[in-house]
Design a protein around this ligand. Structure first.
Ligand SMILES: [Zn+2]
Ligand SMILES: [Zn+2]
Length: 93
C-alpha cells in the first residue's frame, strides 16, 4: 500500500466513490477508480497498478492539472490523454 495524501488539504483518509457526473464527463474516470478525500471531498484518480493518487479530478479540469503518469510507480495511464489546453479536452465524453 502507498500513502495517499490529499493535494488540497493534506488529508490522508480516502474512500472509493462513484461520481455519475464525472463518469459521464471524463473517459478516464469511466474506466478508472475514483477516490475521495474524506476531509475536503477532493476527488482523485487512482493508479490501477499501485493504488497511488495520480491526478485530481474536478469539473473545470485544466490541461496543466492533468497527469497521466503515476509519480509513485511510473505507470502511464493510456486512458488519460494530454492536450494543449487551447483545444477541447479530449478526455471529455
Ligand atoms: Zn482533502
Ligand atoms: Zn502507480
Amino acid at each position: 500500500m502507498v500513502d495517499k495524501v490529499c493535494s488540497e488539504c493534506g488529508g490522508t483518509s480516502f474512500r472509493n466513490v462513484v461520481d455519475a457526473w464525472m463518469k459521464r464527463t471524463f473517459s478516464f474516470v469511466e474506466k478508472g477508480t475514483l477516490m475521495m478525500c474524506e476531509n475536503c471531498g477532493a476527488k482523485f484518480l487512482q493508479c490501477p497498478k499501485c493504488g497511488a493518487l495520480v491526478t485530481r479530478v474536478h469539473p473545470a479540469l485544466e490541461a496543466w492539472e492533468v497527469s497521466s503518469e503515476c509519480s509513485n510507480c511510473g505507470f502511464v495511464n493510456p486512458d488519460i490523454r494530454a492536450w494543449d489546453g487551447t483545444s477541447p479536452n479530449p478526455n471529455k465524453l
